[in-house]
Ligand binder design. Structure first.
Ligand code: R5P
Length: 231
């Protein structure tokens, strides 16, 4: 079974967490896109009555396309449930997110939600976070100084945070929906995610990092042998 089919199965299962009347956070990425599409089908069929807050401009467009009614955090500052993908998750439901550059809005929306459910295919579940390069969002002012501070915080000699580039472009830096830059930090393993998260948060030019700790309450993980719900 393809990884995309597994993502869709996880998304389908996550619909069982949704009930009418819920205010939902809508994640970003290929897995979350399956959820938005399936959710839209239920809404259009009259089986669910929900409102969603998208975590990116891309998800906003997708939700409109699939007929999911939208609101904003300004109008609806508290949400019931966010369903989102992840780049990695461990068995303590700590996550790396932001491979698609949406980590800032994703974290704000997750923090405003009573529950966050992550949907993923089995390949994302790891014993120790860090195989996926950790995205760190920084403001453009002084970004090279901020990169040095990130390398120091990561405590790895020779770590070279790499500026995330636009896909398929001529090498221009990727800009987030908030106009910031992303550094990808290839750490191989993050043995103490809490300490790293605190160190990154303390750097003035860092807007947010892709470590999601204490935010995710359940994960739906789809593998070839079935679906597991971790909580
Ligand atoms: O910024 C992107 C998000 O954090 C995504 O949820 C994450 O990158 C996973 O994306 P995908 O479901 O496409 O693997």
């Amino acid at each position: 079974m393809s990884s995309d089919e597994l993502k869709r199965r996880a998304a389908e299962r996550a619909l069982t967490f949704v009930t009418s009347g819920m205010r939902l956070g809508l994640g970003t990425g290929s897995t979350a896109a399956h959820f938005v599409e399936l959710l839209g089908a239920r809404v259009r069929a009259g089986h669910l009555d929900v409102v969603g807050v998208p975590t990116s401009e891309a998800t906003h467009r997708l939700a409109v396309q699939h007929g999911v009614p939208l609101t904003s955090l300004d109008d609806t500052p508290e949400l019931d449930l966010t369903v989102d993908g992840a780049d990695e998750l461990d068995h303590d439901l700590r996550l790396i997110k932001g491979g698609g550059g949406a980590l800032l809005r994703e974290k704000i929306v997750a923090a405003a939600s009573g529950r966050m459910v992550v949907i993923a295919d089995q390949s994302k579940l790891v014993a120790t976070l860090g195989r996926f390069p950790l995205p760190v969002e920084v403001i453009p002012f002084g970004y090279r100084s901020t990169a040095l501070a990130i390398a120091r915080a990561a405590g790895k000699l020779g770590l070279d945070p790499v500026l995330h580039l636009r896909s398929g472009s001529s090498g221009s830096p990727f800009r987030t929906d908030s106009g910031n830059l992303i550094y990808d930090c290839d750490l191989r393993a993050i043995p103490d995610a809490d300490a790293l998260a605190a160190a990154l948060t303390a750097i003035p030019g860092v807007v947010e990092h892709g470590l999601f700790i204490g935010l995710c309450s359940a994960a739906v993980v789809a593998g070839a042998d079935g679906i597991r719900v971790l909580d």
